[in-house]
Design a protein around this ligand. Structure first.
Ligand code: CP
Ligand code: NVA
Length: 329
């Protein structure tokens, strides 16, 4: 398997074998990190991280992974560069591609990261767009495999806003890897029809399946993994909260939802999560709408099924694998 020179923009671009190769590479690099074995094979390379939206995990993962691999890093925050404001994406890509060996981009429309990749001449890695969050997928699949020992054949249930980056990417990834993906949510929040059709076709080839349901009981029955994400994503206007809470409150991951699942079900969340009142937004929502927790209860988040911090740690090992595999030598 050779992915050198490839971009990492969305899961549709990768075969099941390529995805498994990235998961295996991440497991090997994680082992090296844990053993204290040096793996700074990319010494002399430099990368740039462009963030048009905020981040904790993704930024820190790219930085730590790059340092471990021996690379230099520049971070460009939403306010400090000319990108998109005074300089087009195509021009920015051609400038950065002359200086750096790889470019990470987190921002809004998927077409922006695709445009960046078209002109950069070096690998471009998608650190999240409105439509996709591919680096999160490798971390999530590694985490599931570490806990349950396999991926193909597992029932994976996504609850909440299934039209956005997380559910889109999870549906495609599960379908390619022979898993049984369920979007369990209000029908107004089911993934786009064309993506569902694509995922169903992939699942038909892999032995997996794709199901959409409004029933929590049917959706979560015998689930191996129950996953959720915030109800309102970065870049969405504040006004959508009210409607979102009304539409999605029945799809909170709580002990009732998990009661239908397998005894050893994993609870997963890409994070950050609203599971208590210890955040500014959590407090504001509490004052306006009276909710003390949102997409997941504190009980589940802190409970025995939750693997969210293993998942967060794996962001670093898997982002390292993506850079390691795609960087031309
Ligand atoms: N899961 C995730 O992408 O987290 P950040 O927004 O903190 O990078
Ligand atoms: N759907 C969320 C994911 C955060 C990692 C967002 O886009 O804000």
């Amino acid at each position: 398997m050779n992915l050198q020179g490839r971009n990492f923009l969305k899961m549709k671009d990768f075969t099941a074998e390529e995805i498994m190769y990235l998961i295996d590479t991440a497991a090997e690099l994680k082992e090296k990190k844990k053993n204290g074995t040096r793996h700074d094979d990319l010494r002399g390379k430099n990368i740039v991280l462009i963030f048009e939206k905020t981040s904790t995990r993704t930024r820190c993962s790219f930085e730590v992974a790059a340092f471990d691999l021996g690379m230099g890093v520049t971070y460009l925050d939403p306010a400090c560069s000319q990108i998109g404001k005074k300089e087009s994406i195509a021009d920015s890509a051609r400038v950065l591609g002359r200086m750096y060996d790889g470019i990470e981009y987190r921002g809004y429309g998927q077409e922006i990261v695709e445009e960046l990749a078209k002109y950069a001449g070096v690998p471009v890695w998608n650190g999240l767009t409105n439509e996709a969050h591919p680096t999160q997928m490798i971390a999530d699949m590694l985490t599931i495999r570490e806990h349950l020992g396999k991926l193909a054949g597992l029932k994976f249930v996504y609850m909440g806003d299934a039209r956005y980056n997380m559910a889109n990417s999870l549906m495609v990834t599960c379908a390619k890897l022979g898993m049984h993906f369920v979007a369990c949510t209000n029908a107004a929040y089911f993934p786009a029809e064309d993506l569902v059709e694509y995922a169903k076709a992939e699942a038909a080839k892999s032995g997996g399946s794709v199901m959409l349901t409004e029933s929590v009981e049917n959706g979560c029955r015998d689930a191996d993994v129950v996953y959720t994400d915030v109800w309102v994503s970065m870049g969405e206007p504040e006004e959508v909260w009210e409607e979102r809470i009304r539409a999605l409150k029945d799809y909170q991951v709580n002990s009732r939802a998990l009661s239908f699942a397998k005894d050893n079900v994993l609870f997963m969340h890409c994070l950050p999560a609203f599971h208590d009142l210890k955040t500014t937004i959590g407090k504001e929502i509490h004052e306006k709408f009276g909710l003390t927790e949102m997409e997941v209860t504190d009980e589940v988040f802190e409970g025995e099924h939750s693997v969210v911090f293993d998942e967060a740690e794996n962001r670093m090992h898997t982002i390292k694998a993506v850079m390691y595999a795609t960087m031309p030598r």
